[in-house]
Design a protein around this ligand. Structure first.
Ligand code: NAG
Ligand code: NAG
Ligand code: NAG
Length: 379
C-alpha cells in the first residue's frame, strides 16, 4: 500500500513537474485594455480548489464550487473570472478583463483536488500597440516619432521609389515609466525632395506606417468666383479620418469618423466650398493671403498619410493688366490694319481711275464702272 501511494505521489509529482515545465515557458501577452486569458490546466478530480495569485497578491479563488473573492486584491475587483463549466474537465484558466500596464507580471495558478495539487507559473506581459506615428517636415529635416508603446518598438524608413542609398538613421528610444517612445529624423543631406518617405514603427504584434508625400504645387487665381480643388490622396475610396491644415498650424477641416460629416473651422468658412468623400478640399473666394502650404493628414486603420500641397495664387491685378494690354494691342492692330486697307484701296482706285480715263478715250463700255461706283458709295 505504501509503495502504491508512493508511486502515485511520484506520478503526480512528475505530472505536475511536466505541467509546470510545459507551461511555465508559455508567456502570455495581451494588449492593453483587452480581455486576456491566462491558461491553466490540471488533472480533473473531485473537490477542486483554485487559487490565482500574482506575486503573492490574491487575484481569484474558487472552491466549494464557487468563487471566493473575500481576499481578492482591490485592483482585480470585477475583472476576473474562471470558466466554471470547464473546471470539472481540468480547465482553471483565468479571464482577466480590461488589462492595464500594472497587470503585467508573474501569475501563479495553484490547483488541488483529492487526487493531488499543482502549481503553474504564467508570466503576463501587457503590450501597448503602436497607436499613431507622426511624420512631418520641419525645416530641412523629416521627423518621425511615436510614443506610449510596449514592448520596445523598432523604426524603419523607406522611400517611393526605392532609393539607391538605404537610410540608416539610428532611431532614438526612450523609456518613460514602462512605455517606450521612439523617434528618428532625416537630415537635409539624406532627403531627396522628389521622393515619398515612409516610416514604420513596429512591435512584434503591432505596426503602423506614416507616409509623407513629396510636395506638389497647384495654382489658383485670386477672385471671388474662382475655385481650386486640392487632393488629399490618390485613393478613390472614401477615407476614414482626416485633418486639413494651413501652413502647418491653422486647422481648416476635420473629419473624425469614416463617412461622417466634416467640420470647417469658423475662420475658414468663407473659403471652403466643399470637401469630398475622398478628402479633397475645394477652396473658393481666394485671395493672396491664402497662398501657402495645405497639409492633408489622412488616418487609416494601419497608416497615416501626409500630403503637403503648395497653393500658389496668381493676383487678380495682373489679370486685369493683361486684359487691358490685350485690348490695347488688339485696338492698335485694328487701327493699323484699317489704315493699310485704306491705303491699298486708294491705290487701287487711283489706278482704276487712270484706266477708266483711257477706256473713256477709246469709247468702250466699262463693266467695272458700276462696281466702282458701288464701292465708292459703300465707302
Ligand atoms: C479553458 O476554457 C476557456 C474558455 O472556454 C478556453 O478559452 C481555454 O482555451 C480553455 N483552456 C484550455 C487549456 O483548454
Ligand atoms: C509618391 O506618391 C504619389 C501619391 O501616391 C504617387 O503618385 C507617386 O508615384 C509616388 N512616388 C513619387 C516618386 O512621386
Ligand atoms: C469672401 O471672403 C470675404 C472675406 O475675405 C468674406 O467677407 C466674403 O463673405 C466671402 N465671400 C463668399 C462668397 O463667401
Amino acid at each position: 500500500m505504501i509503495v502504491v501511494k508512493f508511486r502515485v505521489v511520484v506520478v503526480v509529482f512528475f505530472l505536475s513537474f511536466l505541467w509546470t515545465f510545459a507551461n511555465c515557458d508559455v508567456a502570455v501577452s495581451c494588449d492593453l485594455k483587452e480581455n486576456c486569458i491566462l491558461p491553466c490546466q490540471f488533472q480533473p478530480g473531485p473537490e477542486e480548489v483554485i487559487h490565482w495569485m500574482k506575486e503573492n497578491i490574491p487575484v481569484h479563488s474558487f472552491y466549494y464550487n464557487k468563487d471566493q473573492l473575500g481576499n481578492q486584491d482591490q485592483r482585480f475587483k470585477g475583472r476576473t473570472s474562471v470558466f466554471k463549466d470547464q473546471i470539472s474537465s481540468g480547465n482553471a484558466s483565468l479571464l482577466l478583463k480590461n488589462v492595464n500596464i500594472q497587470d503585467g507580471g508573474r501569475y501563479r495558478c495553484y490547483t488541488s483536488t483529492t487526487r493531488g495539487n499543482q502549481e503553474l507559473f504564467i508570466p503576463l506581459t501587457v503590450d501597448v500597440p503602436v497607436q499613431k506615428v507622426y511624420i512631418e517636415q520641419s525645416g530641412e529635416s523629416i521627423i518621425c516619432r511615436s510614443e506610449g508603446i510596449y514592448p520596445e518598438p523598432t523604426l524603419t524608413w523607406s522611400t517611393d521609389p526605392e532609393s539607391s542609398s538605404s537610410i540608416e538613421s539610428k532611431p532614438s528610444v526612450q523609456q518613460n515609466g514602462q512605455l517606450y517612445s521612439i523617434s528618428s529624423s532625416l537630415t537635409r543631406s539624406e532627403i531627396d525632395a522628389g521622393l515619398n518617405y515612409s516610416c514604420t514603427v513596429s512591435t512584434k504584434k503591432s505596426r503602423r506606417t506614416a507616409t509623407l508625400f513629396k510636395l506638389t504645387t497647384v495654382t489658383g487665381s485670386e477672385s471671388s468666383e474662382s475655385e481650386r480643388a486640392i487632393q488629399c490622396s490618390d485613393s478613390k475610396t472614401p477615407v476614414t479620418r482626416f485633418i486639413w491644415r494651413f501652413d502647418h498650424s491653422q486647422i481648416i477641416v476635420t473629419q473624425s469618423e469614416a463617412g461622417g460629416s466634416y467640420t470647417v473651422s469658423e475662420e475658414w468658412r468663407p473659403y471652403v466650398k466643399s470637401v469630398s468623400e475622398t478628402g479633397s478640399l475645394t477652396l473658393q473666394n481666394l485671395s493672396t493671403d491664402k497662398k501657402g502650404i495645405y497639409t492633408c493628414e489622412l488616418i487609416n486603420v494601419d497608416e497615416t498619410l501626409i500630403k503637403n500641397t503648395f497653393l500658389q495664387i496668381t493676383e487678380e491685378k495682373s489679370h486685369s493688366n493683361a486684359i487691358i494690354i490685350g485690348v490695347v494691342v488688339v485696338g492698335v492692330v485694328a487701327v493699323i490694319a484699317a489704315i493699310v486697307l485704306l491705303l491699298v484701296y486708294r491705290n487701287i482706285k487711283d489706278r482704276k481711275n487712270k484706266n477708266k480715263m483711257k477706256k473713256d478715250g477709246e469709247n468702250k463700255p466699262d463693266e467695272n464702272e458700276s462696281f466702282h461706283h458701288l464701292m465708292h458709295v459703300n465707302l
